[in-house]
Design a protein around this ligand. Structure first.
Ligand code: PRP
Length: 219
């Protein structure tokens, strides 16, 4: 079997590229960055939910006809990789108002770029759930892999994890695919490469800083 991961790249529509143009512009202020990011996050989450199992479900329409439909057939949790992953929580709640949300705090060491796990708090029954893992940035993939390992230790099956990324580098996708081939990855754009600081190029900068307004660079 190839180690190629289960990568689902959103259709690169002109509309999506226009949203990316807004958020990638280094001059984008907090309002512009958050508003356009949220629209992309919404698309990502809808695509992520589409990766989960459905069951047939018929309904009667207002004209008395039968619509042969579908409904989500499994329990779904979300788990945010703090801090950047928390940017996706509001949209998850909009779509799934009663969703249970876990947290995993992972930070990259500023020098080595290696992930360090500080904290985890997951829904007690997560082992039986499908999980949307909210991790916007897949650079080296180290943070995502560390978060997936936390979920695996909690009993979640690899095939039940859908990683919701915002942008990803080929190196990050390959690293997750090699370590956890059963995990599906949904992203809105693939980057060219990593630079020497392990930042993605062309990239978006530090997503957490830009989304939460903690960057000092406004220019
Ligand atoms: C950033 C980003 C990801 C991680 C990706 O987090 O939010 O979690 O790096 O890099 P990797 O794929 O090489 O591990 P950071 O540790 O900077 O913290 P933040 O979420 O607070 O920005």
């Amino acid at each position: 079997m190839s180690t190629r991961p289960n990568l689902h790249l959103l259709p690169q529509t002109r509309q999506l590229r226009a949203l990316h143009t807004a958020v990638r512009d280094r001059r984008a202020g907090l309002d512009v960055f958050v508003r356009h990011s949220r629209r992309i996050i919404r698309l990502l989450l809808e695509a992520g939910l589409d990766q989960l199992p459905f069951a047939e479900h018929d309904v009667t329409t207002p004209v008395g006809a039968t619509y042969r439909g579908l409904r989500q057939a499994v329990d779904v949790c979300a788990v945010a990789v703090v801090r950047a992953g928390e940017s996706m929580e509001a949209e998850v709640r909009d779509i799934l108002p009663d969703v249970r949300i876990g947290k995993i705090l992972i930070q990259r060491d500023k020098r080595t770029k290696l992930p360090h796990l500080y904290y985890e708090h997951l829904p007690h029954d997560i082992a039986g759930s499908h999980v949307l893992l909210l991790e916007p940035m897949l650079a080296t993939g180290g943070s995502a892999n560390a978060a997936i390992e936390v979920l695996r230790k909690a009993g979640v099956r690899e095939e039940h994890i859908v990683l919701i990324g915002f942008i990803a580098a080929p190196e990050g996708v390959a690293a997750v695919g090699a370590a956890h081939p059963g995990v599906r990855i949904v992203v809105s754009a693939m980057e060219e490469r990593l630079n020497d600081d392990a930042f993605m190029v062309p990239g978006i900068g530090d997503f957490g800083d830009r989304y939460f307004g903690t960057t000092h660079s406004g220019a």
